[in-house]
Design a protein around this ligand. Sequence first.
Ligand code: CTP
Length: 398
Amino acid sequence: MLPGGKKIILGVCGSIAAYKSAELVRLLVKSGAEVKVIMTEAAKDFITPLTLSTLSKHEVLSDFSNTDTDTWNEHVQLGLWADHLLIAPASANTIAKMAHGMCDNFLTAVYLSAKCSVSVAPAMDLDMYQHPSTQQNLSTLQSYGVSIIGPDSGELASGLNGMGRMTEPEEIVQSLSGKKKDQSLVGYKALVTAGPTREAIDPVRFLSNNSSGKMGVAIANELANRGADVTLVAGPGCVNGQHNSINRINIVSAAEMHKVCVEHFPNSNITVMAAAVADFTPQTVVDKKIKKNGSELDLHLTSTKDILADIGSRKRENQVVVGFAMETDNALENAKKKLQNKNADAIVLNSLNEKGAGFKTDTNKVTIIDRKGNEVEHPLKLKTEVAQDIIDHILNLL
Ligand code: CTP
């Protein structure tokens, strides 16, 4: 079964999706595969060979010979070395060449001489993908035993919307592994909050915090990957990169976030409040810039609505509500209080004292406590992996 322990050649063609091949190499290597990358000349306009050679730990090949060392890159040997040839992204041009036995570059020569299984993940614009010649070429490749992965539908680099996006690297790796995509949340609706809120003081100043929204977006993506219909309520500056299918609603203040959440909560089966909501907001917002008058400024703040607590109080039996707790001391004790006081089903505790955990980082270290009394401490992981742990935990509470 691919890709663990196998030798894989990754062919990268000239497409904007070539930037995703870095992630693809990383995931293939992580899953235990040995990866050698072949790039077409056009691919180098989108991603550097250095990036892919660093990640694959092998020289990236593009030409039949290496003029620096006066050596011949043996395409036949390479084709025999591989257990699998994956071409991702596969451009309309390379697909056409493969379908017609053309071999005017190193990648297509390796394809023609390869005896291993082959798959292609097309990436191109909607009209190019729909063109009868491309469709015919893909059918021809299928008839030669080539597997076609994707493409997906969504926003394309041209601005058009439709079929043509390269399938996400994670899904490509899954499809090579023969693992079926986890679609256990199809039919479920989810509501996720992410990022900071911003409380206006006057037209130019505000109160906010350092939240990047990375954790919340990772959770929204994980829910969408498993088939849930996700609404993401995102604060100002919250990172992008959410799954195509996600309905993202951008808000600014805690009051706006509260309003949107209350509106969407009744239809939501799973609600995860990962946003760092401001606890206080200026009592009055001044409509003109506050001028410097003397050396002090008194700012009167009033509590914002606790969105999680309000949602928790509206919770019905078939709804799961998960909150976060960001603590610096008495972490577990405080998190347990939040679980009770906010009527949540689970609290994801992250401590600002842990290195690599908390705001802005790509990693997090969490402990999940739930209403059943479970307390699960996870090691430091990528936020995308933490999101998987959180969703796995939620599934036991549904
Ligand atoms: N939260 C919320 N609305 C607020 C404040 C917090 O929905 N006005 C939610 C957060 O999204 C998070 C949880 O409550 O899921 C806990 O947030 P946290 O900042 O850790 O705690 P607070 O309740 O604000 O309490 P404190 O700041 O005193 O620790």
